[in-house]
Design a protein around this ligand. Sequence first.
Ligand code: ADP
Length: 273
Amino acid sequence: MYAELSLYEKYAVVPGTRVDLSQIDPNDTGDFATKKDARKALKKLRKKLVDLQERFYAWDARSILIVLQAMDTGGKDGTIEHVMQGTNPQGVEVTSFKVPTAEELAHDFLWRVHKAVPPRRMIGIFNRSHYEDVLVVRVHNLVPETVWRKRYEQINDFERLLSENGVVLLKFYLHISRDEQARRLQARLDDPNKRWKFSKGDLEERALWDDYMAAYTDALSLCSTPHAPWFVVPANHKWYRNYVVASILVETLEQLNPQFPPPEENLDDVVVV
Ligand code: ADP
């Protein structure tokens, strides 16, 4: 029953509209009352995903690019781990975008990104992406406004190029509240096994929360298009976040309806000796 809900429509940012993140509840759990129910539903979805990915890989006609963006502790890593569990690793590639190297900075901002776009039959996941160039770069004034302002349109042009060349784009903003981030950062400090994930720099970024929200609002509002939609995923509850991302991915694959290629002719009489 749950799988029939179109979370794609529910959470997509309608192209041309202005997102108001303060009006989107990060605690939303949709139709689920409990974690247990959502986990059960996710398990079912994963079965579908595994089957669809196998077909998608064999079909060899398109690629899928999943963009994940979030504030620190927003759950990008956990989403990849839990949504993609059980899929064939041969058909999945994850690219994490870090502070650009000197060589990357000597090129246009999309140079390193374009190289990482998944080829046909692959599902590519960007852990951070070209959107950092209108997020961290904007918040920290790493380039003048005249430069980053132009990037929204450049990104739309780039994503249209990809889409017209067979790449199916899905962009997820994992929406957590400022309070939830505080809880997660504290948990990292408290748990010896999680401390490696904590960096004092996270607190400096946290202090810039409002600037980041303004930058995210522009990115989500200006760059959600029919061929490369943004989804705002309620992400305070990890189990709901995982369910929503998996559901939108499965729905997209179902729409694509990938087919196994036809076998060679006259195989019925073939005997393997
Ligand atoms: P993560 O936080 O994604 O797990 P890291 O702790 O290595 O991984 O953080 C990567 C860092 O790289 C982030 O602080 C991010 O803002 C930064 N970064 C990514 N892309 C860019 C960019 N284009 N310009 C500047 N900084 C960037």
